[in-house]
Design a protein. Sequence first.
Length: 345
Amino acid sequence: MGLNILAGIRSSSRARLRAWIRRRQGADALPLTLERRRLYILPTRAGLGFGVLLLFMLLAGLNYGSSLALFLTFLLCGFVLVTMHLCHRNLLGTSLRTAAAAPTFAHRTGVLHLILGNAAPLWRYRIESGVSDQPTLAADIPARGRQGVDLPVPAPARGLVRVDRLRLTTTHPFGLFRAWTWVHAPIDMIVYPRPYGALPMPTERGRQSGTRSRGNSGADEWRGLRPFRDGDSPRQVDWKAYAREAPLLVKEYSAAGSELRIFDFGQLANLNTEARLEQLARWVLDAEARGERYGLELPGAQIPPDRGTDHRHRCLAALALYNDGAAVIGSNVAHGDNIGERRVN
């Protein structure tokens, strides 16, 4: 009972402190350079233990009148003060250049990519980054350079996951003090429905199953380039681009007579809402992998047939933002802007 009360008091105190920091700092815009007024510093558990040790050393030196013990105590006190200054300086002036959250699928872990900058001529060591109160990842930032950090973000369900706060902290050097700050730059990560389902893909309505949407002339259509993967034929590699110092890219073609698919939410009446969205997501991924043209029909919205990365995102984003009875397809999604990978500038 007593432990529960203490945990409640601690949680309430933290919430009040966060609210006060939010009011004090306001909303942040990136890129952001950490200034002195927004940094906080306190001793760690190791620092508190070291302070208690110094107190005992001081009492012992005074009690026994040992000038050597007093000298050592005051020398270590000076060491502590210098350590506090170095810890604060290690974080002061660090910049958060960009923060981008790529889309992911439900029941997976998304990735928030940060780029930390350092305009100082000295390295910054063990700058830790984290989302809210989740575990942090440490990185060293080179002098006058940048360093990327990938933070995991849970994605338990489809929709939008908002990252309201980022935590930047450091205990370098010696771990006696912790300097930290909060960055309030809301970032939305779009979470697609989980691709799941075993129903066969439908063709365009009004056509018989297996018919082609266009005449099959026997020629393949150019789709574009993609990164080289193990198992790709060397004949498909774009060697001209590679000669221009580009990475290995593979030419992709699709059959000119590929089928036209129309994925209709209303035709899955025997499934509940989430199962329908998961099945539609499965079909979208399968059709895109085959190079087929496909469209999507949701209550109150329709995405015309097309193919490609942008079209795939439009369809999956529409499924992710679907509300019961209505599809939420904003201008960003309709025009293929990857709102999940939006950068905060």
